[in-house]
Ligand binder design. Sequence first.
Ligand SMILES: [Zn+2]
Length: 145
Amino acid sequence: MGGLNLKKALKREKVIRRKVELLPEELSIPPELGRIKDKVKVEFQITKEGGKYLLRAKMEGSIILECSRCLKLYEEDLSQNFEVILESYSDLGEEVRLSLRDLNVSFYQDEESVPIEDYIREQIILSVPLKPLCSYDCKGLTEDA
Ligand SMILES: [Zn+2]
């Protein structure tokens, strides 16, 4: 999927609604983070509010992670809803950009080619726990397995 032309799409429709299926190779998640096995399905809508774009999305998919305790590979569910405010890079100074980093704000360079898959990738990366666990009570590496 290429960039989405928000300017053009919003001339025809008030709310942009799309469904996308992203293949593992399109998402290119860093391999040290985890491995996407099947495609990730995302349904999203974009509206323009107060000069900003608001992306609301519903994601379905999963990622294979390595348990930080027992080192087994397991599947972590990525299914979730998320919202991202999209701001133009050029409208903001560096300082503002840094202060917005903690909020759900992402940036685009060109309104006519907005990289939706980048925001999905970001969301997946944010969803991966710092210390992945195959189960809440994982006993770790044990002799008596
Ligand atoms: Zn484990």
